[in-house]
Design a protein around this ligand. Sequence first.
Ligand code: SF4
Ligand code: SF4
Length: 119
Amino acid sequence: MAVFINDTCINCGACIDECPVEAIVDEDDNPTGEELYYVYPDKCVECVDHHDEPACATSCPTEGCITWDHKFAGDDKAFFNGPNYVDGKDYVMEDADAEMPFREDISDEARANRENVVD
Ligand code: SF4
Ligand code: SF4
């Protein structure tokens, strides 16, 4: 990944048009069935080469709603094959073989702890 939209999402729609790669879908299109906006981990580029910070997070009005998540690259991708989305559900991907860009200055710990993208 990527970034992660958690269950504090109020479905306001501020983030979706900010994403340069159309990685975000709304609650109606969330493939997990959750009533939240969803970031496809195999599409998110963490806004690398697009913005200084993830544009979704800078546009989101809900504090702590958009957090870091594991890298969608290399061995880290195994995380997305387990029941690690909300409420023990699986993530949904369209291309599990994708290798996505990520921000090297974000630690694995920050990703594992799903720390806020924007304080
Ligand atoms: S971090 Fe950037 S690429 Fe990823 S979902 Fe947010 S806006 Fe889209
Ligand atoms: S901007 Fe934040 S609260 Fe609004 S839909 Fe996106 S993630 Fe949810």
